[in-house]
Ligand binder design. Structure first.
Ligand code: NAP
Ligand code: 3JN
Length: 332
């Protein structure tokens, strides 16, 4: 019998954690034992896995005894404290937070792009930011063909990117407004229903947000391109699930729409959905719950030299988080 692993999911009750459990089951990951960890608030709750109910335990310093692989998605603070403890206990950690993404000792991996980097790990591997991962699924094949120089992009990010409470906030605001009641807000600084917020994560001194700078910083590591430049505006939209990104990329070499389509059509983990005459282009509503990202609206950019504009969408809970993390675990 092939080896079975004890796998822990940290943040098991969250928007990402729940998807991790489903992805482990769906991809038939060799899980001998599943350990579900969350805060004390969730201890005793049960979640389904392979036809059985697994009880959630409170995360403590002793949680990782006997754990082979720990998938973390409970935010940076939890990763900072508990990922090194998990490694000390003998586990390999795949972390979804930004805590270790820029650490040179921690590979930052999208398996379809730089899967070979996993072998450089010293116990912790990092999953990129979801908007970055989805953008690079389309940008990297184009980069391999034409050599990317720089990018200008705007994101349209679903509320599930903020977590379970934000999904509930959009739902309750929509219901309140439809019922003629005032919309109450607690997660976002403004009403999200019937609105768009050009504000994701905290603002930095340069005027960008942290979320916006992740694209440039993380892409440099994933693409192994230290001079890559990206100017990004991240926007929260009242969509439940799946992020979309409008990208203009400038390349070293001339590009054509036909060549770009050919390259994108054969890229792993990516589906070409690009027939504007038939109103066919990627939409968050239809890419939600799919493993593959989708790319379309491919056109020669009319402002940049050797420029191409395109639209890419993907389920950020899957390729942007749970699926990518399990793919990394499969590689190790
Ligand atoms: P979420 O829905 O708010 O879930 C947070 C999870 O963390 C819950 O399971 C929560 O447990 C757990 N947690 C919170 N405080 C804890 C504590 N003190 N001890 C143990 N567990 C604790 O958030 P999410 O959307 O799943 O995102 C989680 C993290 O994944 C983010 O912070 C981010 O770093 C990363 N990420 C998210 C996305 C995305 O699209 N959502 C994409 C990429 C990366 P309780 O239920 O017990 O509170
Ligand atoms: O807001 C989104 O759509 C994605 C959110 C990602 C996120 C949320 C809280 C903390 C991150 C992330 O993965 O970059 C973090 C983090 O910095 O760890």
């Amino acid at each position: 019998m092939s080896r079975q692993y004890t796998v822990a999911v940290v943040g098991a009750t969250g928007a990402v954690g729940v998807e991790m459990i489903k992805v482990l089951e769906r991809r038939n990951f060799p899980v001998g034992k599943l350990v579900l960890l969350a805060s004390a608030r969730s201890a005793g709750k049960t979640l389904p896995f392979k036809g059985e109910l697994v009880t959630v335990e409170e995360l403590t310093e002793d949680s990782f005894v006997g754990v082979d692989i720990a998938l973390f998605s409970a935010g940076s603070g939890i990763s900072r404290k508990f990922a090194p403890l998990a490694v000390k206990s003998g586990a390999v950690v795949v972390d979804n937070s930004s805590e270790f993404r820029m650490d040179p000792d921690v590979p930052l991996v999208v398996p379809e792009i730089n899967g070979a980097d996993v072998k450089l790990h010293k116990g912790i591997l990092a999953n990129p930011n979801c908007t970055t991962a989805i953008t690079l699924m389309a940008l990297n094949p184009l980069h391999q063909a034409f050599g990317v120089k720089r990018v200008i992009a705007s994101s349209y990010q679903a509320v599930s990117g903020t977590g379970a409470q934000a999904i509930a906030e959009l739902r309750s605001q929509v219901e309140a407004i439809a019922g003629g009641r005032p919309a109450e807000k607690s997660v976002y600084p403004h009403q999200i229903a019937f609105n768009v917020l050009p504000h994701i994560d905290s603002f930095l001194n340069n005027g960008y947000t942290k979320e916006e700078m992740k694209m440039q910083n993380e892409a440099r590591r994933i693409l192994h391109l230290p001079d890559f430049k990206a100017s990004v505006t991240c926007v929260r939209v009242p969509v439940y699930r799946a992020h979309s990104i409008a990208v203009t990329a400038e390349f070293d070499r001339p590009v054509s729409v036909d060549e770009a389509r050919k390259v994108l059509a054969s890229a792993p983990g990516l589906e070409l959905v690009d027939d504007p005459a038939k109103n066919s282009y990627p939409l968050p509503l239809y890419v939600a719950e799919k493993d593959d990202c989708q790319v379309g609206r491919i056109r020669i950019d009319c402002a940049f030299e050797n420029g191409l504009a395109f639209w890419v969408a993907g389920d950020q809970l899957l390729k942007g988080a749970a699926l990518n993390a399990v793919q990394i675990a499969e590689l190790i």
